[in-house]
Each structure stands twice: as structure tokens, then as C-alpha cells.
Design a protein around this ligand. Structure first.
Ligand SMILES: [Zn+2]
Length: 495
């Protein structure tokens, strides 16, 4: 079976076949760095992180481009209101986005271009559109795309120009000075002349006058620079389909380029069925969420839903995610303790269970894939229990240890494909490793004291130490090579 993906443009699930065998180029719209990230922003990037990991796991060389929109109306307005330079505000929030992506294990893109670094590319594309009769100069510095000149306009979102409802912004309501300049209300700005009060640093020279880029133009220009005239997948959040992606496709194709071959859109985080937004003011900034729960729980919560399904965020979402993560992490820790750690290279190259592969190849059906992980978790826990209760030299013990190790590798490999492997050093460095180290040192000191007491035939003290450890949930097992310890299974661990 090959990977099948839902293509927004064709509105069906179809086989994914890269243009160049073995290689995939992906462009995902990144953040407009105007304020700090919330979990809706993260959901989009986690969704495409799962796609990228899956394509790589499937043996494809992926080039991922994710832009940073570091100039736009909102950045200028908010920076002015806060008494900041516009690039200062953009830099501050860009760092926050980077930190948030890193925290939840979104792999860095191959390239992360900023809009302001690609003004020359944008001007070149705009000039080409003017030359081909698909864009016009409405006033000094104001250049619009002429939607009537492009019969295919609306095809991405399956709309006819006549049927489009006109957003106030499209009508130029926010920019009364330019409202009368458009030939059609749906024409969108490729370039914008500076408005009164805007800093002169927010404008660049072009053959059509000074100004700054409209939002849509940057993605077309940067996708082409890094991925070529035609590339495989364009992604983004569902709300970007129209007008942003419709406009990107129109201007790139009108300029004579093939542009994206597949369009993928990830759904929203919702609360009470409606799209989560900052205006709800409900503590869903990434900073606020990470103060309440570990990053691993947030990653799980954002990953566990299929990317095209709405993720309904409830007061229980994080706690449930954390409990599931703990079940994964608990098994990986106990099994590694029992059969020895598995190195990351083995995890990454391990063959994956067929049912998991089929689920992922079916438009990244993560819930079905996680069901396979849970099945193997059950098998692993059963094998681990058998390994713990059988003697070190028995044949059953050998079989149980072999089974435990096989399930440990399978569980970690599947979770790794989703960015959720508890054994991945990423999750250890986000807080857990210090605890593990400290615990290891304290337990070893106790075990040394116990060994000394036993050597001195002070069995009362030795038993007291063992009892103290047991009361702390630490099991001690005497083996010919010395005492070994492990964490007792949590009481809730029934599967
Ligand atoms: Zn974009």
C-alpha cells in the first residue's frame, strides 16, 4: 500500500506520488510573528511534523520549508502600540515560536526563510505578473492581482468568483484610501504603499513605487526559491485555504509556474465546537499550557487526533494525555531496565507492524495507529510481567525477555514515527533526565548501605532499607551480580 493523502484541491483521498522519485518538497505556512504562540499554532506544525516524520520513515528525502512572516499590518500596528520597532517585535515572537516548536518536538524545517529576506524575489514575481497582464499598478506602491484575468481563480477552494462573499478586508474597508483603486473587490494586494504614520523602514523600493509586500506574495516567492517552480505538498491550517492559499496558487500559476501538486490542511483546536482564538482568553497560550503540564503531554494531545479532525480541547485533555504518555514512558522505562536499553539507531531502523503502517498510509490515521501501539503495549507488559516472575536462567525467562525486548523496540519505533518516543533524548532533556539521575544516585546509596549491613550480618538494617525502598515504589531484586532495582508498576496499570 502506498501513502494516500486527502488533497484539498481535488477534495478526495489520493495516492501520494512525489514528482521526483524518492524526494519530497513541502512548503508549510509558518507564523506571523506578531504575538506569542497558542496551541492552535502548534497543532498545525505538529500535524505537518507527523507527515514529515512519516515520509522520512517511508524512505523519502524530505525538504521542508516553513516561512516566518515578519512584516505585515498587524506586526506594524502592534509594534507601534507597544512602542517597539517592528523588527524588534517580530524577533521577540519568532524566538517564542521557535521555543514552542522545540518544546513539543517539532523537528526544525530544512529552511526557515523570513519574508523580509526575500523582497527581491517577491518584486521579481510581481513584475512578472504585471508583465503578463495579471497584476496592475493602482497607485504609486499599490499593486494588485487582477482576479478577473485568471479564469482558474477559486479552483482551489471550489468557488466561483461570482459566488464569493466579500470580506470587509477584501473590500478595502480597513484601507479606505485604496478601496476605490481595485478593478474588482476580490483583487488582492501584491504590494502596499506606506500608510500615514508607518515607519519608513517598513517600505522597499520597487519599479512600481515604494511599499511593502502583501502577505500572499511572500509564500509564492519563497516556495519557488527553495522548492522550485513545481513542488509536491503545500500545507497550512484550515483557515488559510481562502483567501491565502487560493491567492498563492492564483499568482504562482498566473506567473507560469506549476506550484503545489497536493494541498493539505490541518483542522483547528476547538472549544465547545468553535475555533479556539486568543480572544477567548482561556489560557491556551503555549506558555500557559506548559506551566500546567509537561511538553510531552501537550505533544501527545496535539498528535493523537487525525489532522483533519477538529481537536476539541476540554479541561481533561491534558490530564488524559499525560496519563497515556505515562503509560508509554512507564513501559519503556521498566522494559529497558529489565532487558537493557535499546539504542536509537535500532529504534529508527526497526520494521514497523503492518497494521501501524496501513493506518499511517491511510491519510495519517494517527488514532488507528495509536490503537496498534496500545496493542503492543499490552503484549509488552504481559511479557515483562512474565520476565519478572521467572527465574534468571529458565527457558521461560529467556522467552519472556526476548518478547519484552521485541515489544520495547516495536513500541518505541511506532512512537518515534509519531514524535512520541519516550526514549528519545528530546524528552529526557526537557526535564526528566535530572530526576532519573538523582533517583539513581539515591537508590544506589541505599543499596550500598544495605550491602554493607548484610556483610556485617545486620539483617534488621538491611531489611529496613529494603522496606523503605519498597514503600517508595522501588523494587529490589538480588541477583548473583548484586542487587538490581526497578520501579514498581503503577497500580492503575491494568493493560
Ligand atoms: Zn503562506
Amino acid at each position: 500500500m502506498t501513502l494516500r493523502l486527502f488533497d484539498t484541491a481535488t477534495r478526495d483521498v489520493r495516492d501520494f506520488v512525489p514528482a521526483v522519485p524518492g524526494e519530497v518538497g513541502i512548503y508549510v505556512c509558518g507564523a506571523t510573528v506578531q504575538s506569542e504562540p497558542h496551541i492552535g499554532h502548534l497543532r498545525t506544525q505538529v500535524a505537518f511534523d507527523v507527515l514529515v516524520r512519516w515520509l522520512r520513515r517511508s524512505g523519502l528525502a524530505v525538504t521542508l520549508v516553513r516561512n516566518v512572516t515578519d512584516i505585515d499590518d498587524k506586526i506594524l500596528a502592534k509594534a507601534a502600540a507597544a512602542g517597539q520597532r517592528w523588527w524588534e517585535r517580530a524577533a521577540i515572537h519568532e524566538r517564542e515560536f521557535t521555543a514552542a516548536y522545540d518544546a513539543v518536538g517539532v523537528l526544525p524545517p530544512t529552511y526557515e526563510p523570513r519574508a523580509t529576506g526575500h523582497v527581491v524575489d517577491m518584486v521579481e514575481l510581481m513584475a512578472r505578473l504585471v508583465e503578463r497582464g495579471h497584476a496592475y499598478v493602482a497607485a504609486e506602491g499599490d499593486v494588485y492581482f487582477d482576479v478577473r484575468s485568471w479564469p482558474d481563480y477559486g479552483s482551489l477552494t471550489n468557488q466561483r468568483l461570482e459566488d464569493l462573499t466579500i470580506a470587509p478586508e477584501d473590500l478595502g474597508a480597513e484601507e479606505p484610501s485604496t478601496a476605490g483603486l481595485k478593478r474588482d473587490p476580490h483583487d488582492f494586494a501584491l504590494w502596499k504603499a506606506p500608510k500615514d504614520g508607518e515607519p519608513p523602514t517598513a517600505a522597499w523600493p520597487t519599479p512600481f513605487g515604494r511599499g511593502r509586500p502583501g502577505w500572499h506574495l511572500e509564500c509564492s516567492a519563497m516556495a519557488q526559491r527553495y522548492l522550485g517552480d513545481t513542488f509536491d505538498i503545500h500545507g497550512g491550517g484550515l483557515d488559510l485555504r481562502f483567501p491565502h492559499h487560493e491567492n498563492e496558487q492564483a499568482q504562482s500559476r498566473a506567473a507560469g509556474y506549476g506550484f503545489a501538486r497536493y494541498w493539505l490542511h490541518s483542522a483547528w483546536v476547538t472549544q465547545g465546537g468553535t475555533k479556539m482564538s486568543k480572544s477567548l482568553g482561556n489560557g491556551l497560550l503555549v506558555r500557559e499550557v506548559l506551566a500546567k503540564a509537561p511538553a510531552s503531554a501537550l505533544r501527545y494531545a496535539l498528535t493523537a487526533v487525525q489532522y483533519r479532525s477538529m481537536l476539541e480541547w476540554t479541561p481533561d485533555t491534558l490530564a488524559e494525555a499525560e496519563a497515556t504518555w505515562d503509560r508509554f514512558a512507564g513501559f519503556v522505562a521498566r522494559a529497558s531496565e529489565r532487558v537493557g536499553p535499546v539504542d536509537d539507531a535500532e529504534v529508527r531502523s526497526a520494521a514497523l507492524p503492518e497494521a501501524f503502517v496501513s493506518a499511517m498510509d491511510d491519510d495519517l490515521n494517527v488514532p488507528a495507529a495509536l490503537a496498534v501501539v496500545h496493542e503492543h503495549l499490552r503484549l509488552g507488559n504481559t511479557a515483562l510481567a512474565a520476565a519478572s516472575s521467572s527465574g534468571p536462567d529458565s527457558a521461560e525467562g529467556d522467552t519472556a525477555r526476548r518478547d519484552t525486548r521485541a515489544e520495547l523496540v516495536a513500541v518505541r519505533a511506532m512512537l518515534d514515527a509519531l514524535g512520541l518516543d519516550p526514549g528519545d533524548p528530546h524528552w529526557a532533556t526537557t526535564g526528566d533526565s535530572r530526576y532519573a539521575q538523582a533517583l539513581g544516585a539515591v537508590v544506589q546509596a541505599e543499596l550500598d548501605a544495605r550491602a554493607e549491613a548484610r556483610a556485617a550480618r545486620d539483617f534488621a538494617t538491611a531489611d529496613a532499607i529494603r522496606g523503605r525502598l519498597a514503600a517508595s515504589g522501588i523494587l529490589v531484586e538480588d541477583q548473583p551480580t548484586g542487587a538490581r532495582w526497578s520501579l514498581a508498576a503503577p497500580a492503575s496499570q491494568g493493560d
